[in-house]
Design a protein around this ligand. Structure first.
Ligand code: SF4
Ligand code: SF4
Length: 493
C-alpha cells in the first residue's frame, strides 16, 4: 500500500524542526529520521514503505520503521486514496448547553463609534416583525426563567456558566443581581454550580456593584481601548465627552477589591486605525492600571470608516503581536505568567490538541438570549428573526440548530480543507461571515493570511516554551471555558 504525507505545517524553534499535523492537530518534533521519511513520502502519488525501507542500511531499518509507524499514528502519513478532508462527526443531539449569554439590555450609555449595536454590522432588528419596538431591558422574570432553562438543558454537565452582555450590562444591574442569586440557589438545588461573567464599559461600577461582582466571583472583562487619547477618541458619551477619566477610578477600585479573592480581570481592546502601538497599550493597561490580562480584537467595519484597518494596519498588528509574544515566551521560560491573553488562549488550544469542527460554541454548547427570551446562535445573533433558534419558553428549535451545525461543520467548508490552520480557525466567526458575506455559514476567507501567520507565531511560541521550560505547560492543562462572550470582535483572532 502506498502512503503519502497529509497536510502539515513545518516550523522551527531555536534550530529544532517541528510539524503541526492538521488532521490531528498534533505538534511533532522532527529529527533526521522523521525529516527523511517526510521527504520521501511528500509526493501526493505516494510511495510503498516496504521497498523503500529495504533500500536503507539493515541496521537502520527497524528504527525507521518505528518512526514511520509513529508518524502514521499521529496522522502525518496516510494511505493514498484515504479521505484528506475532515470527516463529518456531528455532535450527539440534543447537545447539552454549557453557557447562556443573556443580553440583559440592548441600550448603552456610551456611543462608541465602532459599536456593532449601532454600526452597519448589526444583525438584530430594532423592531419586531409587527413593528413594535423590542424590549430594551430584560426583566428579572425572563432572566430567572433563562437560568432555569439553562439548568434544564445542561443534563450531564458538571457545571454551567452565565454571561451577562449588552448594550451596557450594568444598566440592568438589578436583573443581573436577581438572576445571579436565583442561579446560585437553583444550581445548588440541582447539584450543578453556576459561574458568572460579564462584559462592561466600567462607567457604572459603583461600590455596590463592585462588592456584588467580587462576592460572586464574576469573570469580568472591561472594554477599554488603552490610554486616554485612544479611549476618548472612540469610547465617548453621546455628548462627545470621553470616558477615560470616568472609568479609571472605578476600574482601580474594582481591581483593588477583587485582587485578594476574585478571578483575573481582563481588558478587551478594540484595535482601530491610528491607535498607539499594541505593546504600549498592553503596558499601560497591565503596568499602569493593573489589569490581569489584555486581549486585542481588530475592529470590524466598512472599509471607508476612518478607523477601519487595512492590510497595512493588520501587518503592523501582527508585528506588534510578535513583540508581545516574545515577552510572553520570556516570561514563561522564567516560570512566570504574562497577560497577553490572545497568545495564552492560542497556546492552550495548541497544547490541548483542539481540532475544531466548528469555529466556536455558538449553537453548540452556547446560546444567546434576547431581552425578551428569544434564543439565538450567540449574543450577536439574538433578535435577528431569521437566526432565531426558539425561545426559553418553547425550547430550542432542534431541527434548525442541527441544520445550522451540519452546514457549518468544517467538512462542508471546502475552501478550508487545504489550510493548515483549520483546527484552530475552522472558518472563523459566523457573525463576521454574516457581516462580510451575508452568510453566517461562509468561511471568512478575507483574513486567512493573517490567521495562518498568527497560528504560526503561536506554534513557534509554544515550541520554544515546550523545549525551554516544559514544566510550564501545566498552565495550559485545564480546558478553556467558552471564551466567546468576553470578546468584542473577530473572535477568530
Ligand atoms: S477561513 Fe481561512 S484561515 Fe480559516 S480555516 Fe478557512 S482557509 Fe484557513
Ligand atoms: S465567534 Fe462569532 S459566532 Fe461565535 S460566539 Fe463569538 S460572535 Fe458569536
Amino acid at each position: 500500500m502506498k502512503f503519502h504525507t497529509t497536510l502539515f505545517h513545518r516550523f522551527e524553534s531555536d534550530g529544532v524542526q517541528f510539524a503541526y499535523v492538521t488532521p490531528t492537530a498534533a505538534v511533532v518534533q522532527l529529527d533526521d529520521v522523521t525529516a527523511e521519511i517526510i521527504e520521501n513520502f511528500s509526493d501526493p502519488r505516494g510511495a510503498e514503505p516496504g521497498p523503500w525501507l529495504e533500500t536503507l542500511e539493515a541496521e537502520r531499518q527497524s528504527e525507521v520503521r518505528e518512526a514511520f509507524d509513529e508518524l502514521a499514528a499521529m496522522g502525518m502519513l496516510q494511505p493514498v486514496g484515504a479521505p484528506t478532508a475532515p470527516p463529518v462527526q456531528s455532535p450527539p443531539m440534543p447537545f447539552p448547553l454549557a453557557t447562556l449569554v443573556l443580553n440583559v439590555t440592548n441600550k448603552c450609555n456610551l456611543s462608541c463609534t465602532y459599536c456593532y449595536e449601532y454600526g452597519e454590522d448589526r444583525v438584530s432588528d430594532q423592531k419586531k416583525p409587527d413593528g413594535t419596538p423590542r424590549l430594551p431591558m430584560m426583566t428579572e422574570e425572563t432572566a430567572c426563567k433563562s437560568v432555569d432553562f439553562l439548568l434544564e438543558s445542561s443534563e450531564g454537565r458538571s457545571g454551567v456558566s452565565i454571561t451577562f452582555f449588552g448594550g451596557e450590562t450594568l444598566l440592568n444591574f438589578n436583573t443581573i443581581r436577581v438572576a445571579t442569586e436565583h442561579a446560585v440557589r437553583r444550581g445548588r438545588e440541582v447539584g450543578r454550580p453556576v459561574s458568572f461573567s460579564l462584559t462592561t464599559n466600567a462607567t457604572l461600577l459603583s461600590d455596590e456593584v463592585i462588592d456584588f461582582l467580587v462576592e460572586h466571583k464574576f469573570g469580568i472583562n472591561i472594554s477599554i481601548d488603552g490610554n486616554k487619547g485612544d479611549q476618548d477618541r472612540h469610547r465617548t458619551f453621546s455628548s462627545g465627552r470621553g470616558s477615560y477619566e470616568i472609568i479609571l477610578p472605578r476600574i482601580r477600585k474594582l481591581l483593588e477589591k477583587n485582587r485578594p479573592q476574585g478571578r483575573p480581570i481582563g481588558a478587551r481592546v478594540t484595535l482601530t486605525a491610528g491607535m498607539a502601538p499594541v505593546p504600549e497599550t498592553y503596558h499601560h493597561l497591565i503596568d499602569e492600571i493593573g489589569f490581569d490580562s489584555v486581549g486585542f480584537a481588530p475592529v470590524t467595519s466598512a472599509e471607508d470608516r476612518e478607523y477601519a484597518l487595512d492590510g497595512g494596519h493588520l501587518g503592523t498588528i501582527l508585528r506588534d503581536f510578535e513583540v508581545l509574544s516574545s515577552d510572553y515566551v520570556d516570561a514563561a521560560l522564567a516560570g512566570k505568567r504574562h497577560g497577553f491573553s490572545n497568545l495564552h488562549d492560542l497556546i492552550q488550544e495548541i497544547h490541548l490538541g483542539i481540532n475544531k469542527s466548528h469555529p466556536c460554541g455558538a449553537g453548540l454548547g452556547l446560546l444567546g438570549v434576547s431581552t425578551e427570551g428569544e434564543l439565538g446562535l450567540c449574543h450577536r445573533f439574538v433578535e435577528s428573526g431569521e437566526h432565531s433558534l426558539g425561545t426559553i419558553d418553547d425550547g430550542i428549535d432542534e431541527k434548525k440548530r442541527r441544520e445550522f451545525l451540519d452546514s457549518t461543520h468544517i467538512s462542508n467548508k471546502l475552501a478550508c480543507h487545504k489550510c493548515f490552520a483549520r483546527p484552530h480557525c475552522s472558518g472563523g466567526c459566523y457573525h463576521e461571515a454574516y457581516v462580510r458575506y451575508k452568510d453566517p455559514t461562509a468561511p471568512n476567507l478575507h483574513y486567512c493570511d493573517w490567521i495562518r501567520a498568527w497560528t504560526d507565531l503561536g506554534l513557534r511560541s509554544y515550541a520554544t516554551i515546550a523545549l525551554g521550560n516544559p514544566d510550564f505547560l501545566v498552565n495550559y492543562e485545564s480546558r478553556p471555558v467558552p471564551k466567546l462572550p468576553v470578546v468584542e470582535k473577530n473572535e477568530g483572532i
